[in-house]
Design a protein around this ligand. Structure first.
Ligand code: SF4
Length: 211
């Protein structure tokens, strides 16, 4: 096998002996450029896959960590919100936020809330309300589409109002979870554990809000 390859290369070199050296150099340069270009394309494709941008009709606009498509950091004084999506893509004329959670095992309310905040910021700074965003969950990069519905935004508003109320001096209220408390090491000494805490109304989980 090695011998065959050596004979093949030797044959090429003999053939090239009569060819203009500048032409050989040019051909080698083109081949090297093609190899480098191919490697760059592969890396870019891998990066897109990681952040969930391997969507057929999507046009990447920004990717965190990319020099050619730098990320966008939105800071809104008006809304009192700020955010830096992992990526932005353009789909059907809309700017769509993409947020990656590589360690996530399941969809969580806080991920949805973060994406909904991004959608508010994009609407303010880019001038068009995104109809949805994407969460990319886990090492397998499972893509979950989150609609930017009025109901979800109302849910987010409730949480923001609670947080701003606490910042303004409202009392904080513990909302312990029975399952977590039952496994907690300090449950015996905790005055807030689920089985003795006063029941307080909780904001419903967004995963139960379909639209
Ligand atoms: S027992 Fe107390 S500290 Fe432990 S999880 Fe419940 S509320 Fe939190």
């Amino acid at each position: 096998m090695y011998q065959t390859f050596r004979d093949y290369v030797a044959g090429i070199l003999i053939d090239l002996d009569g060819v203009d050296s500048q032409l050989v150099f040019l051909v080698m340069l083109i081949i090297a450029a093609a190899i480098v270009l191919d490697a760059i394309t592969m890396i870019a494709r891998k990066k897109r896959r990681e952040v969930g941008l391997d969507i057929k009709r999507a046009q990447p606009l920004s990717i965190d960590g990319s020099k050619s498509l730098p990320h966008r950091h939105y800071v809104s004084e008006k809304q009192g919100l700020a955010g830096k999506p992992d990526a932005l893509t353009v789909e059907d004329g809309f700017i769509i936020p993409v947020e990656r959670k590589p360690l996530a095992k399941k969809l969580r309310d806080r991920y949805v809330a973060q994406l909904l905040v991004y959608m508010r910021l994009i609407e303010e700074f880019e001038g068009k309300r995104p109809p949805y965003g994407y969460l990319i969950l886990g090492p397998g990069a499972r893509r979950v589409k989150i609609d930017n519905s009025e109901r979800r935004q109302a849910w987010l508003q409730e949480i923001l109002d609670q947080m701003r109320g606490i910042l303004a001096g409202n009392a904080t209220v513990a909302t312990p979870h029975p399952k977590k408390c039952s496994r907690c090491d300090v449950r015996e000494a905790c005055a807030h554990r689920a089985d003795i805490a006063i029941e307080v109304p909780r904001t419903p989980s967004i995963s139960k809000i379909i639209q």
